[in-house]
Design a protein around this ligand. Structure first.
Ligand SMILES: Nc1ncnc2c1ncn2[C@@H]1O[C@H](COP(=O)(O)OP(=O)(O)OP(=O)(O)O)[C@@H](O)[C@H]1O
Length: 561
């Protein structure tokens, strides 16, 4: 700010100095009060030097501040996004969130730094320049600002139009980036269906919408700038015309007229800068609004609120009573009054037709969503009273189609326990039947798995995910058995790893099972159909029932061998 004031001040002194130079060389300055040339020019250059140093300091400080503000907004916002409920991500598109995280934070930071500084400089030029104009000649000042109201009206209309267009442009850009992000990350599907050209065409059409908006914004900008420059030129001509007559009558010196003309240009530039600032400000405010709307979003289930009993004391008894749930975006219950009990250390296989709510039930157990009615308890304690972070430490999850993160195999196995030793990582990998294939990679445990773990096969990914859960070693494990087709050998290795998991004592296992072999090993089997537990009991009992649900599922071929 200090540098800004100094550089603006020296800018303001420039027309006066120029006027003095003209009057000095034209011999119009009073000889009695005349400062020697050497002192005058040394002083003038001293002021210019101060101005340029201040300009450097201002540009540097503002550049650094803008970057720091942007980084802080980004890191705070990213942290905040990670805290949001899973339902929040069902409602918001990833492309939109990423563009708020990257573009809006940058625009907001630039508005309160670079743009605000330009606005202040413009305000200072307009205000101080006007004062200088009034000091030099009040009458001529009236001539020079005659067109100002017209410019003001134009600036307001321009800024309103730009704001509307910018908001629509933003929405189009978010659509396009969501589209691009999804297609690029799922390139294999695009390729499998040979849709590259069609997708490129679709993307082009999405971008074309924003090109049209950009064309309209550029046309508004062009019209405004054209009008501004015409009015600036007209008022300069008027100033020189009336000012010339004042000089001819001896009411003003040539130097003063030159200073006046320069100040009126500065005032003109100041007002044009202020109108650009108004447009930038409304764009910046819109960006800041989006950033802070996300920053202020409070998750319905805050991560760290609630009870945190000692983890060692958890036995792992899981009880669901009358659990009912409906996704916020749907108008039908997915689960309707589910009652289920898994004693500590037991293995329960939850099975049923596809799309009838099994994965949803698992999501409710870890409180990714809140049941609409009913109660889920762990060791007799209602999970709604437990801290979600604690709960997720006590309940491990192996998803149906596990995702790994870019990084090494070891990093992925250690994801839940970054401090785990290499020996622990290897033990977990061995137990998950992953050690052998990891060793076959040239870099062993340091092999990079690629984005989303795409450089590993489906079966390898699943075994790494099982190792990740084993290292996490939770008292209760939810395992969503993979339905994706694996080759026979891979499947045998995954099944073997799962069986090892099931053989471990002191752990409660809830397996969403799609295979008969898994169901046979479970202590209890529960069948979920239409969001209700329609049958439960031991495998032998259920299979012996004539007309039973499990028997129907098996004979209907809905469960693999
Ligand atoms: N995030 C979501 N938002 C809205 N509806 C959802 C969401 N996730 C799942 N559903 C719906 O909930 C229902 C149950 O889905 P769920 O994934 O729990 O089934 P599932 O029994 O695990 O199926 P599968 O055996 O094929 O994995 C489905 O009709 C599905 O369309």
């Amino acid at each position: 700010m200090i540098a800004l004031v100094i550089s603006s001040g020296t800018n303001m002194a420039f027309p006066t100095i120029m006027g003095k130079v003209i009057d000095r060389t034209a011999g119009r300055e009073d000889a009695g009060s005349r400062i020697p040339d050497k002192v005058f020019f040394a002083g003038a250059f001293g002021i210019f030097a101060c101005g340029s140093i201040a300009s450097w300091v201002r540009t540097y400080s503002i550049g650094v501040a803008a970057h720091r503000i942007m980084q802080r907004l980004r890191t705070k916002l990213f942290g905040r996004l990670l805290e949001q409920d899973v339902a929040f991500f069902d409602e918001h598109r990833t492309g939109e969130l990423v563009s708020i995280l990257t573009e809006d934070t940058e625009i907001a930071a630039d508005t309160v730094t670079g743009k605000a500084a330009n606005g202040m400089r413009s305000a200072s030029s307009a205000l101080n320049g006007s004062i200088m104009l009034l000091t030099l000649s009040p009458r001529l000042t009236l001539v020079s600002i005659a067109l100002l109201p017209l410019v003001g009206v134009g600036a307001m209309g321009y800024s309103r139009r730009l704001k509307r267009l910018a908001a629509r442009q933003r929405e189009d850009a978010a659509d396009a980036s969501t589209f691009a992000e999804e297609r690029l990350s799922q390139l294999r599907t695009v390729r499998a269906f040979g849709r590259e050209r069609a997708e490129a065409q679709w993307y082009r059409e999405l971008c074309d919408g924003s090109t049209e908006l950009a064309r309209r914004a550029a046309s508004a900008r062009g019209a405004f700038m054209g009008g501004l420059s015409a009015s600036a030129n007209a008022s300069l001509v008027a100033v020189l015309y009336f000012g010339g007559s004042l000089v001819a009558r001896g009411a003003m010196t040539v130097g003063d007229l030159a200073s006046f003309a320069m100040y009126s240009s500065l005032v003109g530039l100041g007002f044009s800068g202020l109108s650009s600032f108004a447009a930038d400000l409304s764009k910046g405010l819109a960006s800041a609004e989006r950033v802070f709307m996300l920053m202020d979003a409070t998750p319905a289930v805050p991560l760290d609120e609630g009870l945190t009993p000692p983890l060692e004391s958890v036995r792992g008894e899981l009880v669901l009573e009358g659990v009912t749930f409906r996704y916020p975006s749907r108008d039908k219950d997915v689960l309707c009054g589910v009652d289920l009990r898994v004693p500590a250390g037991a293995i329960l296989a939850l099975t049923g037709p596809s799309g009838h709510g099994k994965s949803t039930l698992a999501a409710l157990i870890t409180r990714l969503y809140q049941p609409t009615a009913g109660r889920i308890s762990l060791d007799g304690v209602d999970t709604a009273t437990l801290s979600p972070s604690w709960l997720r430490g006590a309940v491990g999850v192996v998803e149906q189609d596990p995702v790994l993160f870019a990084g090494s195999v070891a990093d992925n196995i250690k994801y839940g326990r970054p401090g785990a030793s290499a020996a622990d990582v290897e033990a977990a990998a061995r137990a998950a039947n992953a050690h052998q294939f990891i060793l076959e990679f040239p870099d062993g445990y340091n092999t990079k798995v690629g984005q989303r773990g795409r450089q590993l096969s489906g079966g390898q990914r699943q075994r790494v995910a099982i190792a990740r859960a084993l290292l996490w070693d939770p008292p209760l494990l939810l395992l969503d058995e993979a339905t994706s087709a694996l080759d026979a050998e891979s499947e045998r290795l995954v099944r073997d790893a799962m069986e090892k998991l099931m053989d471990r004592e002191n752990r409660t296992l809830l397996i969403i099972a799609h295979r008969q072999s898994t169901i046979q090993k479970a202590h209890t089997v529960a069948v979920l159909r239409d969001g209700r537990i329609v049958e439960s009991g031991s495998y032998a009992d259920l299979i012996a029932r004539s007309g039973g649900e499990l028997a129907a599922l098996m004979s209907g071929g809905e469960l693999a061998a």
